[in-house]
Design a protein around this ligand. Sequence first.
Ligand code: MEV
Length: 311
Amino acid sequence: MATAPAKLILCGEHAVVYGRPAIALPLADIRATATVAPSPAGSGPMIHAPDLGGRWRVAEQPTDPLSRLVTTVVERFGLPADVEITIRSAIPIASGMGSGAAIATAIVRELLAYGGQTLPPAEISAIVYESERAYHGTPSGIDNTVVAFEQPIWFQRRPDQPPLIEPIVIGTPLTLVVGDTGVRSPTRLPVGAVRERWQADPARYEALFDQVATLVVAARTALAEGDVVTLGTLLNTNHELLRDIGVSSAELDCLTTAARSAGALGAKLAGAGWGGVMLALTTPDQAPVIAAALQAAGATNTLVTTIAATG
Ligand code: MEV
């Protein structure tokens, strides 16, 4: 069995598609798993995904993104083809927590392991990126990177060269409360809408993306210094900018407001927006209070997670 973690974008989503930096965190406790077992000779690969509602032969659904991923990996690395891949995931889909990237990463790791091979995280990430493009057109690559590397990262696309990927220094453990709006929002929809708006008014959107970049730089410093008060303020600013970019929603605004009223240091939507999850930065003592406030404000699910300090 191979696994891969969920992720949260701490700050910088959307602007990261346009070359600005963003910070992403893996969530080690919430994972997707893939298990490979032999299937009858000549059957070719089969996918069994109970949480996604199906079991199919890859040859019968060749354009399905997971089918394509499996075909690519099996053919490129000369792996055994008569396999049944069972996928389980504790990560809510279309929620901003990287379920697609985690499932794809777990599949690639497990197929390689079954064939007696391994690849470094950067190569697994590149394969998963191809798969992510089938799901949502113009991904920045941050989701597959943080999931495959499984460490807090600074990520920035660069013209004509690979993205800049750096480990992030976290000076003090972070307590985050995640609240799910329960509204499923496939990443490609808000990402596509932002692209249309940017094309219609590039000056306005470039200016917004620049403001996001400025706060992401400041967030990196606050993280390194363990200054959670400043970090919280920056997360609030990021949420306001994401509202201006047009990717918040009534539910996300309601949950972020509820978290702040309950004493969170900061709160923002996390991921592509229009639905999915938000995150609130808080202290360990205050986390249950924030979670209760989120539930009272309509969150369909909440979880408390800790991001460990580095080094
Ligand atoms: C999605 O997790 C983050 C977005 O910035 C899209 C992307 O970077 O591909 C909204």
